[in-house]
Design a protein around this ligand. Structure first.
Ligand code: GDP
Length: 534
């Protein structure tokens, strides 16, 4: 089928076999379970259950996210690599909670496709919708997995209709469920003409897979109870009439999503989905950059930082910058240019995240995600190249929607607090503003929960109890314009001016009226709610 997608360039085989994607879903739809089964079939873990166990072990070790455990949400993202069917899969984990949407957004800039998991009984839920819209902004190809088919689920056509209508994307069935709820026996694999029968007795067992010679093959009647078969044949006829066939180009353009039905917990339908990702998922895509785009097949190495995670090991105060390789063949020990500072950087200890552990990355190709431990030089949005001054674009920073003042419990510790805040700001965990009048800091976040996470991390990682207090401001806007104009503006509006951790000028206010006034009175200034990280 891949020949039908004519605009896929021919890439070196090592790059062409890479599939870099994220899973998007509403909490509880089954993302963790599906991830676990991916890793199981990717040979990265031996037994289902390890992802969670591993996660918990790590948490108790670093101990900083008691909250995460209490609330059962996953705050920290990571990347996992494994092999399937001759392909290298790079799965980038997205935090599920809506308060972390900014982080999620940036994670989605590092992938070429998304797997959308929905619960067969619940259909498209709010968080799925939000995340889908973020994918839509970048026309990301989407492959859909309808999970929990072992339980009472909605009518198949109803689920497909809901996706088509709510998400405005065409849907083509890659498989079709046979029976519902307790009567669910398995799926017909439409793409490969096979009958997949689920084993309810053994959750880790691969389904029985029977080759079928078209829908009038008598084997179907032997294997499927008559009443279920009749309904299935009726439905599949209707599906053929009403739904579009798989068009690979439309999938790659993000206008059509294939849907697989299955049950992650029963290991059912997962391998078919993985085979679909391998066969139809996009190969590594070009990366937008200034002054020119970066193509994956370029010989020279380039990559960009989409996430920074601090204090993965509290004893060492280390940070790991997650880098999406955009081009070339990286080898450990290479010297790359850190474009923002124009300084060379020897990358001697890059890590690959193979599910079971971190491992030194001896090499990486375009499409891969590597972690680079560093002491704060690498920031979100930074680009690394072999010398060319390229800057990856499209990795935004959003204006926070909630602002609070923050003070150290012990006033003598405010220097410490400043250091901690700067570190979290660089990690992208919060925006930190230093007002030009008065002391103290203002912290801005996108969701309320981030304040709590921040407070508990500062206390755990820096031994600094902090107090949040109401701020007189409610909005922040970055100030853009010629240097002189910005300075003049800042001088005239001191009570509203602060600087973010990069030293950029930010206008703080509590009234839309103020923003309108600036727009009216300062034509040479623009206020913006996003800032490209650089
Ligand atoms: P996440 O919040 O999206 O990561 O969802 P989880 O993977 O943690 O799953 C949420 C709940 O649904 C857990 O209790 C799982 O055991 C359960 N679950 C996951 N997949 C299935 C499935 O295929 N069938 C059923 N019945 N339950 C499932």
């Amino acid at each position: 089928m891949s020949d039908t997608a004519s605009n896929q360039p021919v890439l070196p085989p090592e790059i062409a076999r890479r599939r870099t994607f994220a899973i998007i879903s509403h909490p509880d739809a089954g993302k963790t379970t599906l991830t676990e089964k991916f890793l199981l079939y990717g040979g990265a873990i031996q037994m289902a259950g390890q992802v969670r166990a591993k996660g918990e072990a790590r948490r108790t070790r670093s101990d900083f996210m008691q909250m995460e455990k209490d609330r059962g949400i996953s705050v920290s993202a990571s990347a996992m690599s494994f092999d399937f069917d001759g392909h290298r899969f790079n799965l980038v984990d997205t935090p599920g909670h809506s308060d972390f949407s900014e982080d999620t957004y940036r994670t989605l800039t590092a992938v070429d496709a998304a797997v959308m998991v929905i619960d067969g009984a619940k259909g498209v839920e709010s968080q799925t919708q939000k995340l889908f819209e973020v994918c839509r902004l970048r026309d990301l190809p989407i492959l859909t997995f309808c999970n929990k088919m072992d339980r009472e689920s909605r009518d198949t056509f109803e689920i497909i209709d809901e996706i088509q209508e709510n998400l405005a994307i065409d849907v083509t069935p890659a498989s079709w469920p046979i029976g519902v709820g307790r009567d669910f026996i398995g799926c017909y694999d439409i793409l490969r003409d096979r009958l997949e029968l689920m084993d309810r007795a053994d959750r880790n067992k691969v389904a029985e897979s029977v080759e079928i010679n078209g829908l009038d093959d008598p084997k179907l009647a032997e294997l499927v109870p008559a009443d279920l078969l009749e309904k299935f044949l009726e439905e599949i006829e209707m599906a053929k009439e009403l739904l579009p066939p798989l068009d690979h180009q439309a999938l790659l353009d993000g206008t059509l999503t294939p849907i697989w039905f299955g049950s992650a917990i029963n290991s059912f339908g997962v391998q078919e989905l993985m085979a679909g990702i391998a066969q139809y998922g996009p190969q590594p895509q070009p990366q937008n950059a200034e002054p020119r785009a970066i193509a994956p097949e370029e010989k020279k190495v380039a990559g960009f930082v989409f996430k920074v995670q601090a204090n993965m090991d509290p004893k060492h105060r280390d940070r790991v910058a997650f880098v999406r390789m955009a081009s070339g063949h990286f080898k450990r020990g290479m010297k790359l240019t850190h474009v923002r500072t124009k300084k060379p950087m020897a990358i001697s200890n890059p890590v690959l995240f193979l599910a079971s552990d971190r491992e030194l990355a001896e090499e990486a190709w375009a499409g891969d995600i590597i972690g680079i431990p560093n002491h704060g030089q690498l920031r979100i949005g930074d680009t690394l190249t072999e010398g060319e001054m390229l800057r990856a674009t499209g990795i935004p920073s959003f204006a926070p929607e909630l602002l609070q003042g923050v003070r150290a419990g012990d006033p003598l510790k405010s220097k410490h607090l400043e250091k901690a805040l700067m570190q979290f700001a660089e990690e992208g965990a919060a925006k930190v503003f230093k007002p030009s009048i008065g002391s103290g800091f203002i912290v801005g976040v996108v969701g309320q929960l981030q304040f709590e996470v921040l407070g508990s991390r500062i206390e755990m990682e820096y031994g600094l109890p902090v107090r949040f207090e109401q701020s007189q401001f409610t909005s922040a806007r970055w100030v853009h314009g010629e240097k002189d104009a910005v300075e003049k503006f800042a001088d005239a509006n001191k009570q509203h001016i602060s600087h973010d951790n990069d030293g950029d000028v930010v206008f703080l206010t509590r009234m839309q009226w103020d923003i309108d006034r600036v727009v009216r009175d300062y034509p040479d200034i623009t206020l913006s709610a996003t800032k490209e990280m650089m």
